[in-house]
Design a protein around this ligand. Structure first.
Ligand code: NAD
Length: 541
């Protein structure tokens, strides 16, 4: 491993990373080396230097994790346990995240280039969410053996003499494949409900930034999740593909790009196994001319720059009413050109993206990797070549403006004169790039908002509540914000389901529906004896 500079902040993170969980796979309740002994480097986006090497699991390691999961599934202890008990263990894992936020936030700052302050804030969200999933264990128990006849009779009832009940069974062995942009949050949002529901789960974190996810193996061990019920296998795309292809894996829950989502669906089709896909987006920020301009500036910046634009719900398409377009763009440019670059994300304890709290974005972070940096810069070159105007940004920053020239920084960029059928309007860039179009009528605004294949999130800003509601109701996206102020933009709550229309995904996360995604609904019809008798006898037996 080579280290090109000696950064004290990275030294501290490297000290944390000496712990076993950051250097081994977690399979069958043990920390183990990958069978082939391979490793893969991980880079600090603010400087471009390698700061750790992660075990690189391959198809054989996936096989080992599947064997362990099969044994745990056959044993049945986990699936038969009350969901409330499983929920308590998940809540304890969440508690473990909360108790280690400072360490995990430093690790994510180094891995993703996300300012420490923001990492810590977001990880606090993961801990809260974990407690929510834990609390749903009890709810799942109350849903077991619910008489179908108690359902209110919507659309008809089975004959009164039928003793038929609904159950929600775990699916079996589930593969969980996660993205790098909010590493632990994305992973735990899968691990927690999958386990509360009674499944055995194998997590394959992103190879780009997945260090904090490895900590989940340690937490599972610490709280006493039975061996084989949960494994963590780090590795590349082929490792994920091996997990998806296994005939023993009955469901894959995936968060990542739409392109990979199609591959996962394709690989799952021959075995007709289930998929839950949380994919990319190209969210719209629709601004009517009756919106307070200062608020519109704030919300637009928050929408497109949170996490450096590397968030699935990034509002990267500004759709502004013609009358205020020039004025709004001028104001956006002035603010964007003043936001400083992050110096050392690991130590940024005061600054950091405050979007989740106050709506302010007060620092520009690097993008996550050299390849992502190149992809975005190539994209901007191609846009320029096609006649799209760079209104501001479009380059790497002046070296004097950043601490380290090796960092993966890009100027926040606004593209204007963007045709509807261009890549700048249609494709997810996943960086600090905003594409702009304008509209005249309400109908135009809706058509512009719905003019891509994605449908993850969108916002309509207006001081007219009825108009905002009309437009919000016509937008094809899984989460829509209708607002005069921009407050609450991008906000999530564990009890509020979300997911994608179109190319943004299949299925829904969060809320009770998010837990149900990891279950199969089953009816059991009793005759000759009642379910009450069956229960009575099982309590005697
Ligand atoms: P990616 O699709 O490149 O990779 C995601 C994961 O899939 C990684 O762990 C990777 O190793 C694995 N993978 C890649 N090819 C695979 C294959 N053929 N079979 C199985 N696994 C495979 O995505 P990324 O670059 O890590 O993440 C960024 C993307 O994630 C963006 O598109 C973003 O919008 C999306 N995202 C969506 C949400 C959401 O909730 N909708 C949340 C976060 C990120």
């Amino acid at each position: 491993m080579t280290k090109t500079t000696n950064t004290n902040s990275l030294d501290k993170v490297q000290e944390y990373l000496t712990a076993e969980c950051f250097n081994k796979l977690f399979i069958g309740g043990q920390f183990v080396d990958p069978i082939d002994g391979q490793k893969m480097p991980t880079y600090y986006p603010a400087t471009g230097e390698v700061f750790h090497e992660v075990p690189k699991g391959n198809a054989n390691d996936i096989k080992a994790a599947i064997h362990a999961a099969e044994a745990a599934w056959l044993d049945g202890t986990w699936a038969n346990m009350p969901a409330a008990t499983r929920g308590d263990l998940i809540s304890r894992m969440a508690q473990g995240i909360e108790e280690n936020i400072a360490v995990l936030a430093a690790i994510e700052a180094a891995d993703v280039g996300k300012p420490f302050r923001q990492s810590a804030l977001v990880l606090g969200g993961a801990a809260n969410e974990g407690k929510y999933w834990g609390s749903l264990g009890k709810v799942l128990d109350t849903e077991q053996d619910t008489p179908v006849n108690s359902g209110g009779g919507v659309g008809g009832l089975p004959p009164a003499e039928w003793d038929v009940v609904y159950r929600r069974d775990p699916i079996g062995i589930v593969g969980l494949i996660s993205a790098w942009n909010y590493p632990l949050n994305v992973a735990f949002r899968k691990v927690a409900p999958a386990l509360v529901a009674g499944n055995c789960a194998i997590l394959k974190p992103s190879e780009i930034a997945g260090l904090s996810c490895m900590f989940l193996g340690k937490l599972a061990k610490d709280v006493g999740i039975p061996k084989g019920v949960f494994s963590v296998v780090t590795g590349g795309r082929e490792t994920g593909a091996a997990l998806v292809a296994s005939p023993s894996v009955s469901m894959v829950s995936f968060t990542g790009s739409s392109l990979t989502g199609t591959k996962i669906m394709e690989a799952s089709a021959p075995k007709l196994s289930q998929v839950a896909l949380e994919l990319g987006g190209k969210s719209a920020m629709v601004v009517f001319e009756d919106t307070n301009l200062e608020r519109a500036v704030e919300a637009t910046i928050k929408g497109c720059l949170t996490n450096g634009g590397q968030i699935c719900t990034a509002h990267t398409r500004l759709i502004v009413q013609e009358g205020i377009k020039d004025h709004l763009l001028k104001k956006l440019k002035t603010v964007l050109e003043k936001i400083p670059y992050c110096r050392d994300p690991i130590t940024e304890r005061e600054r950091g993206d405050r979007a989740w709290e106050t709506g302010m974005t007060d620092v520009i972070q690097p993008v996550v990797s050299a390849s992502q940096h190149k992809k975005i810069m190539d994209f901007l070159e191609e846009a320029k070549a096609k006649g799209i105007e760079i209104y501001t940004g479009g380059r790497v920053p002046n070296p004097a403006d950043v601490e380290n020239a090796g960092g993966y920084f890009i100027q926040p960029t606004i593209l204007t004169n963007v045709p509807r059928d261009s890549d700048a309007w249609q494709k997810e860039i996943f960086g600090p790039v905003l594409s702009v179009r304008s509209f005249s009528s309400e109908a135009d605004a809706i058509a512009e908002a719905n003019s891509t294949a994605f449908g993850l999130a969108s916002t309509v800003m207006s001081s007219d509540p009825a108009k905002a509601m009309r437009v919000a109701n016509r937008i094809r996206a899984g989460a829509v914000f209708a607002t005069s102020t921009g407050e609450g933009l991008l906000a999530e709550h564990p009890a509020v389901s979300r997911g994608g229309f179109g190319c943004s995904g299949v299925g829904r996360e969060l809320g009770i529906g998010g837990l149900h995604e990891y279950t199969e609904l089953k009816s059991v019809n009793y005759s000759g004896f009642s379910i009450a008798e069956a229960k009575e006898n099982s309590s005697h037996g």
